[in-house]
Design a binder for this molecule. Structure first.
Ligand SMILES: CC(C)(COP(=O)(O)OP(=O)(O)OC[C@H]1O[C@@H](n2cnc3c(N)ncnc32)[C@H](O)[C@@H]1OP(=O)(O)O)[C@@H](O)C(=O)NCCC(=O)NCCS
Length: 171
């Protein structure tokens, strides 16, 4: 069943709801880079502020207003990167993953970039190599693998893993 969520732009008032979402998502290892204990108010406010100042952030909310999904990316800062949306992160509540919310969020996000942000010609993200579900998903959205950052991630068990940089470029 398709979850009854609505997608809208994020506001500063969403900080608490996004914090809760990220903690729930990070409690399951293998997706987000941050561990649950590394997700705090200042991290969430940092990307919320950056995305609102120069970027894009959307949330998926259920009829009660609970935030069940989020996507954001922002312009890095130096002028030479003014055409780039970077640090893209997407998270969907573990209770409704695999039911189309992530695809709806990402498709909406890319439509807004295409239609309302003509100066943005590149969107980039990094996914851990073992998150093949996410990497396949990003390919279907139009992202291409640009290489392999070897041993960039050290897992909790001490093993190392590659990070995979991906980018979408305006056609
Ligand atoms: C990655 C994530 C954002 C995807 O959102 P989602 O709502 O679960 O995904 P959707 O149901 O919209 O599915 C999108 C695509 O992912 C793939 N996918 C989803 N669930 C899958 C599963 N269980 N097995 C294999 N592929 C799957 C499919 O390709 C699907 O495409 P389809 O629409 O053609 O079926 C979400 O699972 C998540 O938050 N994961 C944990 C955090 C994370 O990994 N974030 C990304 C870090 S780079």
């Amino acid at each position: 069943v398709r979850p009854a969520v609505q997608i809208r732009g994020a506001t500063l008032e969403d900080a608490e709801g996004i914090l809760g979402l990220y903690r729930r998502v990070a409690s399951i290892p293998g997706g987000l880079a941050r561990l649950e204990a590394e997700i705090d108010d200042s991290y969430v406010r940092h990307f919320l502020n950056r995305s609102m100042a120069a970027g894009l952030e959307l949330v998926a909310v259920d009829p009660a207003g609970t935030i069940l999904g989020e996507i954001h990316a922002y312009v890095p800062g130096p002028r030479c990167f003014a055409h780039v949306l970077s640090e893209l992160t997407i998270a969907v509540d573990p209770g409704i993953q695999g039911r189309g919310v992530g695809r709806r969020l990402f498709a909406t996000f890319m439509n807004i970039v295409l239609e309302e942000h003509p100066a943005i010609s590149r969107v980039e993200l990094i996914a851990r190599k073992s998150n093949s579900k996410a990497i396949r998903f990003y390919r279907t959205i139009g992202f291409a693998v640009e290489g392999e950052l070897t041993d960039r991630i050290r897992n909790l068990d001490g093993s190392f893993e590659s990070d995979i940089p991906m980018a979408w470029r305006r056609g």
